[in-house]
Design a protein around this ligand. Structure first.
Ligand code: MV4
Length: 668
């Protein structure tokens, strides 16, 4: 067995491989680009080698540098993960030429499966069913029309050099065929430089079901059952599960046998996946074979209790498959959700930035999180914006669905747009919950999934939680200042609204999307009385570590998380995240544009409270002075960390519009 392997990848898969290697007592060598110098996979590895600048084509795709890193560190094998060079024939060859084991299939298998036509020929010879159609070299239009008529409409014209859904055209009637063919050939020529096409029976509302296969170097091949990956968006998998809902034992055996026979036919070694497209009646047809460990392999691991990376390492080191087909069995049901930094309300545009707050659900026998990032890490534009894969397992599908909903509700991400809420809606949508699966599900359920995208109203509790967190933070800041101040018991440090004559109230304003709310805060013996939309609620609670808020809102106790990032407030409540902005309608930078110097009165009014003691250091956002203007109270807050050096007006004094109210010394 190897004593040291190099992982030629990054992100979650690199972390995942290192984890298994470590469990097997194998040292892990990471490679990283300059942009990934602080990445989690580098932190987890025993050794790490920088292989170039951020761009993948100058780092993770540079085979020579990776092979050189393996040689220099004495790694006996390279695990390619998925993507990057995982199915690159030349890379596999370079490893072999350097005497370094490539943890994957033989070069011949990579080559054969890399060509769609070659793969189809091999599958047909192995008895694997192909979609009815014509895949030959005769491209004469009249001949292809006759073939289409023979297949029966609707047919699908596919660019032979296409893939991933590109260059496909459905034709519903014979008379439309000639024009569609001409158009398809023109597009194929311009997109792929190759205008050859094939014709297939068009399978409507198909499912994508794939079989995990594994071969060793002693001629053994097994299948590890199926995964249903039908829930896709633009040919990207979103949710995967195992086993496939509705799969019968007979069909599972037939698909597994077909896949295993195919793997045997190409002399397959290592982990592979045979993808099938499945008609509504369950008839399955070969689509393609992938010669890498798939992203979604964890759902297979969860229902078989196996570690496929361990199998890969053992097989690459010459070992036999750890189990025979008869020893393999399915237990329970597993689901995987791909958590991405992308914005579902903006066409799933990737989102980059710092993960200000990242709190995955706690892992257990039922919940697994494969991730390549931690709180504080950056999602950069250089690579796939995956945050994590969330995998759940339970005894059956309904229980697994419930596990997934619960886990997603506890998955907190702040700092980048993300698809967690979208995934929750997807898992909860009737079609998915009832396993009415096909590749068009997301499109078909669009209204349910995007109902009120970005305009869903914010629950009252979320506004109250945001206000409570703000008040408790101020209190904590004031308490801290008091402890540091010369007179800890000075009344200036009080945050309970006490005043000589009468209690003071103040206002907090938050914006969420295009909703703005002003909350009037009164001080009560214990906690606050907050008026929102004309209704007053007694509010109290405690801020705990990790931005956790234990709140009592009008007698209703609930947990929330309120993460502060600048003026943003990420309010996680009841499994949803509300991105708010704390608005001070009257915060008005001093002259000269910056926050240096004083704060000026944005309108005529009267000073009704001075909230800090001159000379005491305050953090950004701490209230400094309260004005009464336009029959409302308005609080001006510290524009940054610093100290009020002087107030220019006493309580009760009138102030003119634009009057300099105080001097504020911004600390560096
Ligand atoms: C098909 C098909 C319907 N009928 N072939 C999409 C890309 C490639 N994986 C093959 N694809 C399809 N081929 C016939 N004869 C529908 C699709 C298809 C699809 C297949 C699997 C997973 C997701 C898909 C999304 C759209 C279309």
């Amino acid at each position: 067995m190897f004593t040291k392997i190099l992982i030629a990848n990054r992100g979650e898969i690199a972390c995942r491989v290192i984890k298994t290697a470590r469990r097997m007592g194998i040292r892990g060598v990471a490679v990283y680009s300059e942009a990934d110098a602080g990445a989690r996979h580098v932190r987890l590895a025993d050794e790490a080698v920088c292989i170039g600048p951020a761009a993948a084509r100058e780092s993770y795709l540079v085979a020579d540098r990776i092979v050189e890193a393996a040689r220099a560190t004495g790694a006996q094998a390279i695990h390619p993960g998925y993507g990057f060079l995982a199915e690159n024939e030349a890379f596999a060859q370079a490893c072999a030429a350097s005497g370094i084991a490539f943890i994957g299939p033989p070069v011949a298998a990579i080559r054969a499966m890399g060509s769609k036509s070659e793969a189809k020929k091999l599958m047909a010879a192995a008895g694997v069913p192909l979609t009815p159609g014509y895949h030959g070299d005769n491209q004469d239009a009249d001949f292809l029309r006759v073939e289409a008529d023979r297949i029966g409409y609707p047919v699908l014209i596919k660019a032979s050099a296409g893939g991933g859904g590109k260059g496909m055209r459905a034709v519903w009637k014979g008379e439309e065929f000639a024009d569609a063919l001409a158009s398809c050939k023109r597009e194929a020529a311009s997109s792929f430089g190759d205008d050859r096409v094939l014709i297939e029976k068009y399978l409507q509302r198909p499912r994508h079901i794939e079989i995990q296969v594994f071969g060793d170097t002693h001629g053994n091949v097994v299948h590890l059952f199926e995964r249903d990956c039908s829930v896709q968006r633009r040919h990207q998998k979103v949710l995967e599960e195992a086993p496939a809902p509705g799969m019968t034992a007979e069909r599972r055996a037939a698909m597994g046998r077909a896949a295993a026979e195919a793997a045997k036919a190409v002399g397959y070694v290592g982990a592979g996946t045979v993808e099938f497209i499945v008609d509504r009646d369950g008839t399955f047809y070969f689509m393609e074979m992938n010669t890498r460990l798939q992203v979604e392999h964890p759902v297979t691991e969860m229902i078989t209790g196996l570690d496929l990376v361990e199998w890969q390492l053992k097989v690459s080191a010459g070992g036999t498959l750890p189990l025979t087909q008869e020893q393999l069995a399915i237990r329970g049901h597993a689901l995987e959700a791909r958590i991405y930094a992308e914005d579902p309300d903006k066409g799933f545009l990737p989102s980059t930035g710092r993960l200000v707050h990242l709190a995955p659900p706690e892992e257990s026998l039922h919940v697994r999180v494969d991730t390549g990032v931690e709180q504080g890490d950056e999602i950069t534009p250089h690579y796939d914006p995956m945050i994590a894969k969330l995998i759940v397992w339970d005894e059956d599908r309904p229980r697994a669905l419930a596990r997934m909903l619960g886990a997603l509700a506890r998955y907190r991400v702040a700092g980048v747009a993300n698809n967690v809420d979208f995934l929750s809606r997807l898992v909860a949508c009737p079609a998915f919950a009832q396993a009415d699966l096909d590749t068009g599900l997301i499109e078909r359920e669009h209204d349910f999934l995007f109902a009120g995208a970005g305009t869903a109203s914010v629950p009252r509790e979320a506004w109250l939680a945001a206000a409570l967190a703000e008040l408790l933070r101020e209190q904590a800041a004031a308490d801290a200042a008091a402890r540091l101040g010369s007179d800890p018991r000075s009344p200036w440090h009080r945050r309970d609204g006490w005043r000589l004559n009468l209690g003071v109230s103040r206002r907090l304003t938050f914006r969420c999307g295009d909703e703005v709310r002003e909350l009037k805060v009164g001080y009560a013996d214990a906690g606050y009385r907050i008026t929102l939309d004309g209704q007053t609620t007694a509010v109290g609670g405690q801020l705990q570590a990790g931005d956790q808020l234990r709140a009592d809102l009008g007698g209703m106790r609930m947990a929330a998380t309120v993460v502060v990032a600048g003026e943003k407030r990420h309010v996680f409540l009841h499994g949803r995240c509300h991105l708010m902005v704390a608005v001070d309608p009257l915060f008005h930078a001093g002259e000269g544009g910056g926050a240096e110097g004083g704060l000026t009165a944005p309108m005529p009014g009267k000073v009704i409270a001075l909230l800090v003691e001159p000379g005491v250091k305050v953090s950004k956002g701490v209230p400094l002075i309260v004005l009464e203007a336009m029959k409302m109270e308005h609080t001006l807050v510290a524009p940054s960390a610093g100290t009020v050096t002087a107030f220019h007006y006493a309580v009760g004094e009138p102030v003119a519009d634009g009057a300099e109210l105080l001097e504020f010394d911004k600390t560096p």
